[in-house]
Write a protein of this length. Structure first.
Ligand SMILES: C[S@@+](CC[C@H](N)C(=O)[O-])C[C@H]1O[C@@H](n2cnc3c(N)ncnc32)[C@H](O)[C@@H]1O
Length: 221
């Protein structure tokens, strides 16, 4: 929900629309919604993977658009862990873009208040994902990998988190379908998904769903 109508927002020059400090103020005070980074088809794959999940980890939160989608899709009693170091991240965002921890936390807090008792519990980790993984305990039902988009960064997220995923649980990769029919993506996540899940694949894992830029894989054993 946002105060400024979309028609008015579209009139804003790109230079202003992308200004990190102005965006932070506008997102933080709820004047504009967090920038949407996923298509409806991406969201369907993600929310399908999140169905009935009790513990979800999102790597890469930015302004919070996909975190808000997850928040809406999860039931009360579920835990949503949000991991992002914030600031400027050349391997994760177009040049000059960046999100503010203050603004994103406020956007999520508003959504939690709106859901009231039905809201999942939100846990913040302002850090790099592999640091959080190094002190993590317990199983998770879904890990959404949308942080560092370099091949090494995406591979590190996969290798740091795959062991925590419960049998039947999912890992969802964003920006991972470059060159696939009807697909889009970036070279890093696409290379990781191609190497790990297409062709010979990884024992104990299979592709569970994919569309547009998103691939969901399921742990089978
Ligand atoms: C593409 S944006 C995430 C978009 C968000 N998932 C959405 O759909 O609204 C990438 C984010 O990943 C974060 N990031 C970069 N490296 C990271 C890392 N190692 N661990 C966690 N987050 C990281 C960046 O700060 C940035 O906010």
């Amino acid at each position: 929900m946002s105060i400024l109508p979309a028609r008015l927002r579209r009139l804003t020059p790109t230079r202003l629309r992308d200004d990190v400090r102005l965006r932070a103020l506008a997102v933080g005070f709820g004047l504009i919604p967090p920038r949407t980074m996923h298509s409806p088809a991406d969201a369907r794959v993600l929310l399908d993977a999140a169905r009935d999940a009790r513990r979800v980890v999102e790597i890469g939160v930015y302004e919070g658009a996909s975190a808000l989608a997850l928040l809406d899709g999860l039931g009360p009693g579920a835990e949503l862990h949000l991991i992002d170091p914030f600031g400027s991240r050349p391997d994760a965002l177009p040049s000059g873009w960046g999100a503010s921890e203050w603004a994103t936390r406020r956007a999520l807090a508003r959504a939690v208040r709106r859901r009231g008792r039905q809201a999942p519990r939100v846990r913040w980790h302002v850090a790099h994902s592999h640091e959080v993984a190094s002190r993590w305990e317990g199983e998770v039902d879904l890990v959404f990998i949308d942080g560092d988009h370099s091949e090494a960064g995406c591979e590190l997220d996969w290798s740091s988190w795959r062991g925590f995923v419960a049998v039947g649980g999912r890992v969802v990769f964003h920006d991972a379908r470059a060159g696939q029919p009807g697909g889009r993506g970036l070279p890093g996540p696409t290379a990781v998904v191609t190497r790990r899940f297409r062709g010979e694949g990884t024992p104990g894992w299979e592709i569970a769903g994919e569309a547009d830029r998103t691939v969901a894989v399921r742990r089978t054993g």
